[in-house]
Design a protein around this ligand. Structure first.
Ligand code: C2E
Ligand code: MG
Ligand code: MG
Length: 372
């Protein structure tokens, strides 16, 4: 119904010589044959943004849309429809990245960047087959006694030419292309295999956490995949902790709860990652069957900045206590931050202060000595 209303508003604002169509999903295309200068296209884009600014009242509720508009010009940017649409698409993604509610004209640099993205996608496909992906692990320590109470597995990519590539660079591409499913399956199995090795070799008895992206979480197969990976490696549920962000859960609360319940059914632990940065809905928090809150590292970083203070970490620790959840602080880099967290009675921490994410072998001596 929102799409229909958007279409009506778009259509209402155009001239008879213009064409308005829906390309698919939430993407619309406007063809304006009479434009002679870029400024005219900009004026139309401004008009469209204004038209869509007012909320849509549907079924007694208000919906707000945040359009992103990409513009390409004939014949400067391309000489055929396909080329023009491709250029407008590239510009549209730039408008989206710029924070939505904006328009962008396509530029040469954007074209280069989108080619880079295509190269990255092709390389990422090969990476999975060629075994270029690997995991590093970062321990979580209990603040009261410095024992290791958990380990987070983090993904890395060793590119044959470009070297080490971090997840924030390639995971967005993996998400957009759907490759995240295959990568996520690999990570899940690899993590379970690692838990098994550690349990057999050094008698490890703390859970290993794995990050799960929104797409993996929403496709409905995650609980079955997790159960299969655990079974394949002869593991119990509590040995695996699933990390999700609030954003992943909030889109469709009922099905998020169902998925979380299915994971808990198998005994897995659930952690809410980057807590405090998403659309924290306290309304829902108590309905999600979760075990742990991870205070986002931006709040830990702010602990030492003047003025920011400790109010957010303090509040999250309090929230955790009253909801019966454990709380771990991410990104602890200094002794001063740790002291503050100790004074707040935050349960555990993770960060460069104790260890960067490292290869499994490097962590083994520490795990053998200090695992709770
Ligand atoms: P995250 O799950 O919040 O992971 C914590 C990030 O903080 C990691 O970045 C870690 O290296 C970094 N970090 C840890 N301690 C410190 C510190 O003291 N200071 C600073 N500045 N940073 C610290 P990394 O490994 O680059 O991962 C980034 C994000 O990529 C992760 O954020 C997670 O959302 C995602 N990610 C990583 N591995 C996977 C994976 O296997 N699957 C999925 N779906 N996402 C993953
Ligand atoms: Mg995480
Ligand atoms: Mg995090």
């Amino acid at each position: 119904e929102v799409l229909r209303s958007v279409a009506r508003r778009l259509h209402g604002g155009m001239r008879p010589t213009d064409t308005v169509g829906r390309l698919g999903g939430d993407e619309f295309l406007i063809v304006i044959p009479t434009i002679r200068k870029a400024a005219e296209a900009a004026a139309v884009a401004d008009k469209v943004l204004a038209q869509l600014a007012a909320p849509f009242a549907i079924g007694g509720r208000n919906f707000v849309v945040s359009p992103s508009i990409g513009i390409s010009l004939f014949p400067d940017d391309a000489e055929d429809a396909e080329g023009l649409i491709r250029c407008a698409d590239i510009a549209m993604y730039n408008a989206k990245d710029a924070g939505r509610n904006a328009y962008r004209f396509v530029t040469r640099e954007m074209g280069a960047r989108s080619r880079e993205r295509l190269d990255l996608e092709a390389a990422l496909r090969r990476a999975l087959q060629n075994g270029e992906l690997f995991l590093v692990s970062q321990p979580q320590l209990r603040i009261s006694d410095d024992l290791v109470v958990g380990v987070e597995a983090l993904l890395r990519w060793r590119h044959p030419e470009a070297g080490l590539i971090m997840p924030n660079r390639f995971l967005p591409v993996a998400e957009e292309t759907g490759l995240i499913q295959a990568i996520g399956d690999w990570v899940l199995d690899e993590v379970c295999a690692q838990v098994r090795r550690w349990r057999d070799q050094i008698g490890l008895t703390v859970p290993i956490a794995v990050n799960v992206s929104a797409q993996q979480f929403r496709d409905g197969q995650l609980p079955a995949k997790v159960a299969a990976a655990l079974d394949r490696n002869g593991l119990q549920g509590w040995e695996l902790e699933i990390e999700v962000t609030e954003g992943t859960l909030i889109d469709d609360v009922p099905s998020a709860i169902a998925t979380l319940r299915a994971l808990k059914q198998r005994g897995c632990l659930i952690a809410l990652d980057d807590f405090g940065t998403g659309y924290s809905s306290l309304n829902y928090l108590h309905r999600f069957p979760i075990d742990k809150l991870k205070i986002d590292r931006s709040f830990i970083h702010d602990l030492e900045q003047d003025g920011a203070g400790d109010s957010i970490p303090r509040a999250i620790v309090g929230l955790g206590r009253s909801l019966g959840l454990s709380v771990v602080a991410e990104g602890v880099e200094t002794e001063a931050q740790l002291q503050l967290l100790r004074s707040l009675k935050c349960e555990s921490f993770q960060g460069y202060l104790f260890s960067r994410p490292v290869l499994a072998e490097e962590l083994e001596p520490i795990l053998a000595l200090r695992a709770a």
